[in-house]
Write a protein that binds this ligand. Structure first.
Ligand code: AKG
Ligand code: FE2
Length: 214
């Protein structure tokens, strides 16, 4: 069954405007409570079936488990095999991709995404979402799935707004909050989570300018 999830331009307008002005945006209107509930259930069902693995740092052959840097567990989403909740996610994010490409000619081609579960106490130290040997990741999208996130539960994503880390915003991982930021520009971290924390992290990737002999 093919379903089309409309993302009306009036929802994307402010997202694009904020990205243009500041390179990051926090949106709370793209996903409905029901859509987030479906995604959360899918995330938890996979978690309970033991399908997640401890997250690594780095890419491909250079991947290492570094539990002093991050202590979450992840499960990659497969767009082709996506069942209903994940395909809903991919169609919404594709609308974002197209709007960003139209506005900024960024040439975003695809999206790689994983569910992430941060058990109580888990964190991800300050980092940049771009690998030394791969600059394809251009725009990061983090969507939070947590139904109930008390103010004192920690687990905020701290997004640093300048190079020296003096200014930052803390994003609470509440259901339906979507944070978008330029992957090569914004250092960020996940503060220790006071309770289990669920999310989907995605990276829009750009075509790589590979040398082909000319
Ligand atoms: O979950 C978050 O708030 C951010 C996760 C993150 O920084 C990452 O997976 O690279
Ligand atoms: Fe990150």
């Amino acid at each position: 069954m093919t379903q089309h999830f409309e993302v009306t331009p009036y929802l994307l307008g402010p997202v694009i405007d904020n990205l243009a002005e500041q390179g990051w945006v926090v949106d709370r209107s793209l996903f409905s409570a029901e859509e987030i509930r479906l995604l959360r259930e899918e995330c938890l069902a996979n978690w309970q079936q033991g399908k997640f693995h401890e997250a690594a740092v780095g890419r491909a052959a250079q991947q290492n488990r570094r539990s002093e840097i991050r202590s979450d567990s992840v499960l990659w989403l497969e767009p082709d095999k996506a069942d209903s909740a994940a395909s809903l996610y991919f169609s919404k994010l594709d609308a974002v991709r197209q709007a960003v490409n139209q506005a900024f000619y960024m040439g975003l081609e695809d999206l790689e995404s994983h569910f992430a579960v941060y058990p109580q106490g888990a964190f991800y130290k300050k980092h940049l979402d771009r690998f030394r040997d791969d600059d394809a990741r251009a725009l990061t999208a983090v969507l939070y799935l947590n139904d109930d996130w008390p103010a004192d539960a920690g687990g905020e994503m701290r997004l640093y707004l300048d190079e020296d880390g003096e200014r930052h915003v803390d994003v609470r991982p509440e259901a339906g909050t979507l944070a978008l930021f330029l992957s090569d520009r914004f250092w960020h971290e996940v503060l220790p989570a006071g309770q289990q924390r669920l999310s989907i992290t995605g990276w829009f990737r750009r075509r790589l300018a590979t040398a082909v002999g000319w």
